[in-house]
Write a protein that binds this ligand. Sequence first.
Ligand code: ADP
Ligand code: MG
Length: 169
Amino acid sequence: MNGEYTPLCYGWIKVSARIEVYVARKFNVQPFLWDRPPGTEHERVRGILFEYIEGNTLANIQITPQIVNDIRSGLKGLHNASIAHGDVRASNILVQCNRVKWIDLSASLTMPHIRISKQKLREIQAFERQDLEIGFALLSSVRFFVYALFIEYMRLTEPASHESRNVCC
Ligand SMILES: Nc1ncnc2c1ncn2[C@@H]1O[C@H](COP(=O)(O)OP(=O)(O)O)[C@@H](O)[C@H]1O
Ligand SMILES: [Mg+2]
């Protein structure tokens, strides 16, 4: 599953200050150099190293039926492995050359869990699948709406030529 539905995860690493600053700049976030607990100022921050996907988030691409199917399969793959993603949204789906990867599992739930039963996990997973389908439905209705608006606009801006054509008829 690792690397199939998600970017390949290499596991925990200790990050040097130089790399921490580099990554923070690249993703336009704050490094945590200023926020170490007392006594740990010189310790390297711990992080989880993931493969970098040279892709786009779902919000920035032309979605195809294949991509939609891959997104569904990816979520199903996570669910089958007893994981709930925890943050289903377009910015957490990366597409690279028509290949889909789910990212940002920071809010994910896995089994065994101290507070969540298997049944509860299944319910959360069902909500996630529902959220995804609602997202797709909204996206297609928004696109349909924009398309309908465009057609209507073209029709409204055309009366002069229509009239002249009608006159000719
Ligand atoms: N493995 C990755 N490869 C390429 N870009 C990534 C990767 N992980 C995250 N990103 C980029 O960073 C953004 C934020 O990452 P994310 O893990 O979703 O953090 P958060 O939403 O908690 O800020 C993503 O929307 C994506 O653009
Ligand atoms: Mg995110």
